[in-house]
Every structure is written in C-alpha cells, then in structure tokens.
Design a protein around this ligand. Structure first.
Ligand code: ZN
Length: 186
C-alpha cells in the first residue's frame, strides 16, 4: 500500500489527504478508510519532513508536491474569491464560492443593498407611466406650484404625482429653476 500512496502523491502537484485516500479505496478499501487515512497521513508527513511536500492551505488542508513525476500533474481545483480576489480551495457550503465566511457575508450585504436600491428606484418611478402631463411644457403656474410644494417639504415623488409629472421631470425642473439644495431628495 505504501508504494501506491507515494505513487498517488508523486503524480500530483497539489492534493489533500482525503483525495489520496479516495484514490486508494478501490484497491485497499477492505483495510478500512481510517486505516488508509492513517497510512496516508504518515506518508505525507514523512515527505513534509524530507522537504518533498509542503502545506500550502489550511482550510481545507492542501499540500503541494514540489517534485511531481509526471509532466502534467493533477492539481486540486482552486477558485478565485469574487470578493477579495484570493485563491482558495473550495469546500462544500459557504466556502464553495467564497474564501471565507467574511467574504460570504460581505457579498450578501452588497447584494441586499443592491436589492434595496432597486426597490426604492421602482417605487420612485412607479407613477411615471401614468403621469398625465408627461412631456408637456412647464407653465408659469406649474413652476409656482412646484415652489410651493417644495416649501411644504413634499418629496419629489409626491410632487410628481400631484403635478402629473415624472420624478425625472420634477428633478430636472428643480435644477433648472435653481431650487435644489433644500432638503427634498425623496
Ligand atoms: Zn475572499
């Protein structure tokens, strides 16, 4: 079995102990997985002591074979964390897609914020389609009403509904008349 263990390690560039155990199971399964695992661990740590193998990952534990015997050695699949850009070895669960729980939580927060922005946007413009004065010229009395409503602290959304305009149109007019700078941003 020992020879087979070394053979499996030598043909890999990177590996985990469970991978070597899996490779041995078809032939040595009768010895039991725990026993095989013990033998593999012993072999790996012997190679580490000899400087042939080194540990390159902690979670999960990944080893690198510094002197692979084949030209195209087998590698453990690594991924790039989409949050921090770090290379990592995926495991099931959270660490399948992100390098750590921290990056997973970060991605979740970012996603949630984007969702909120989308919902706010949808709400802001929900009445735009039905705006009855959409595309019509702003008259003097429209402007006057706009000023009054702004003074009443109505939001752009509320003003848009009241005037039958889109939120964009109200914002544009507010800018145009130099009425921006108040507290009205809603
Ligand atoms: Zn990360």
């Amino acid at each position: 079995m020992i020879l087979q263990i070394y053979e499996e390690i030598y043909k890999r560039k990177t590996f985990t102990i469970p991978q070597i155990v899996d490779a041995l199971m078809p032939e040595y399964g009768i010895c039991g997985r725990d026993y095989i695992r013990k033998m593999v661990s012993q072999a790996v740590f012997k190679l580490v002591r000899e400087g042939q193998v080194r540990k390159i990952g902690d979670d999960p534990v990944v080893f690198e074979n510094l002197y692979p015997t084949t030209e195209d050695p087998v590698e453990v699949n690594s991924k790039i964390c989409p949050v921090c850009g770090k290379k990592f070895y995926p495991r099931r669960g959270i660490q399948d897609k992100y390098c750590s729980r921290r990056c997973y939580e970060k991605a979740k927060t970012t996603r949630r914020k984007a969702d909120t922005r989308k919902r706010v946007r949808a709400y802001m413009h929900s009445a735009d389609e039905k705006a009855k004065n959409k595309g019509k010229k702003w008259t003097h009395s429209d402007d006057q009403l706009l000023r009054e409503l702004l003074e009443e602290n109505m939001t752009h959304k509320e003003i848009a509904e009241k005037l039958g305009r889109t939120v964009y149109s109200v914002r544009w007019r507010v800018q145009k008349l130099g009425l921006a700078g108040g507290v009205n941003h809603g």
